[in-house]
Structures are given as C-alpha cells and as structure tokens.
Design a protein around this ligand. Structure first.
Ligand SMILES: [Zn+2]
Length: 270
C-alpha cells in the first residue's frame, strides 16, 4: 500500500529540503496523468496513481546508480480525449494543460533545477501533444534539460524522430505480465491490478470480476483514439479485461517499467 500521490514528493517537503536537492543538482521526476473515468470498478485517479508509483520505483533505480532524485508534485489536470463526455473525465483544454505544464517547468527551473523528466501514464493524443510542446518550449526558452519520457513506438506517429532532445524514448516492454487474452487499452486488467496492489480500497473487486472483456477492432481503434465514441465502444467505460486483474504480475510490471524508463533517462542526462 502507498499513502497517497504526495508520498516522497516535494508536496510533503519543506522548502529548505528542496533547496538541498537544488544544491546537489538533483534530477527531477514529474509524475503526469489525468482525472478520468476508468470503468465501474476503478477510481478516477488511476493514471496519476500509476505515474506516481512508477516514479517511486524509477527514483529507487536511479539512486542505486548514484543519482540524486526528487519527485515533483504530481500533475493531474491533463486532457481526457478518448473518454471525453463520460462522467468523471474532466474536460481540460489542451491549451490549459500545456500552459500549466509550462508554468510547472518554469517554476522548477526558477528553483534552480536543470534536469527535469516527465513520466506520464495517460495515452491520449492531445494530452501527449500538450506535454511534448511544453517540454520542447521549456528546453528552448529556459535552457534546461527538460525531457519527456515517451513511448518509442508512438514518437513517429506524432511526426517526430527519436533524436529530439526534449524527448526521452522509452523502449517497449518485452516481458509478459498478464495472462489476459484481451489487452488493456483502458481500465483493463493491468490498470485494475496496479491500483488493487497499491490502493486496494479504490477497486470494486466484485464488480471487476463480473465485467466481460471488451476489445477494439482496427476500425474502432481510431474512433477510440480521437474520442467522442466511448459510450458506443464500451457503455461502462473500460476496454480490456478487468476480470483478469488477479493474473497480472504487478511488481514485475513496475520493476520492468522502472528499469526501462530509468535507462532511458540516464541516456538523456547532461
Ligand atoms: Zn488509465
């Protein structure tokens, strides 16, 4: 169990403690997510809880390698595109999200931090554009190493290459962590398992076990990605197989992602 998204972040520290991290030129991890419906079995905060869990594990990995790391207050007012219109998916405009991320990066830079890495657990296109643009501008305008850890396979879909200095490409996961035949697109087995492991009170277990698997075909993937069709694709707001959550190897999943992302971050350290 984890005691909330502020655990081991700046939000639980005094300014004098943060000053110590600045003096040591610490690397900053910024956990990123949204507040969004995740099916009838899961809480709205699933993505930001998940990003924070990853940041705790990444911090540990980087510290083992001798780096000094601090976690920024979690950012969770991002863009809900694919589940837009569903109760619980807060409608934050892309411009609002981008402006807020920019202001957070500016604040961190003004505090004196030089290396800032965004770790995000929410896949929507507009959300990722907001993050990419904010990190690119921060890097160009503030002259800091602001770098967004983003899935290597998705970078070309955004018209980008892999060498942009404001992107830190994450290699795909090569291990299998779930026995479910239906992959977790949204609120499926992996997300349900992650929250159940660290915040068991936030999962309705009986409900999760009662839910039939829901998949997308090639045509509906696009409808999903661009948003506005969630209720036609899944009336209950999930895509995947929440009922298989107990077969997910959660610790192995967290450890593997933390390995992959911390290696990606080290490759972009200056
Ligand atoms: Zn999610």
């Amino acid at each position: 169990m984890i005691n909330g998204i502020f655990k081991d972040t700046m939000a639980n520290m005094k300014w004098t403690e943060i000053q110590n991290f600045v003096d040591k030129n610490a690397l900053v991890l910024l956990p990123m997510g949204v507040i969004e419906e995740h099916g009838p079995q899961l809480c709205l905060g699933t993505d930001i809880y998940t990003a924070h869990i990853y940041c705790l594990a990444i911090k540990e990995k980087l510290e083992e390698k001798g780096h000094i790391v601090i976690i920024a207050p979690p950012f969770y007012w991002g863009v809900c595109q694919s589940t837009a219109g569903f109760i619980g998916s807060f409608h934050i405009r892309k411009e609002t999200a981008k402006a807020l991320i920019s202001d957070i990066l500016l604040s961190l830079s003004e505090f004196g931090f030089n290396n800032i890495f965004g770790v995000n657990a929410h896949g929507d296109i507009e959300h990722n554009i907001a993050i990419i643009e904010a990190f690119r501008e921060a890097r160009e305008q503030l002259h800091i190493n602001a770098c967004y850890a983003f899935d290597e396979g998705r970078i070309p879909l955004f018209g980008l290459k892999l060498e942009e200095p404001y992107l830190c490409p994450i290699k795909p996961q090569t291990i299998k962590v779930s026995k479910a035949e239906v992959s977790d697109v949204h609120g499926g087995d992996v997300e349900t398992a992650m929250i159940y492991e660290f915040y068991p009170n936030l999962v309705d277990v009986e409900k999760a076990k009662s839910l039939p698997p829901i998949t997308l075909d090639d045509e509906s993937v696009e409808e999903w990605l661009f948003g506005g069709h969630i209720k036609d694709l899944s009336s209950q707001g999930y895509i995947g197989s929440p009922a298989d959550f107990e077969s997910v190897e959660v610790r192995k999943n967290v450890d593997d992602y933390a390995d992959i992302i911390s290696e990606a971050i080290i490759s972009r350290m200056v």
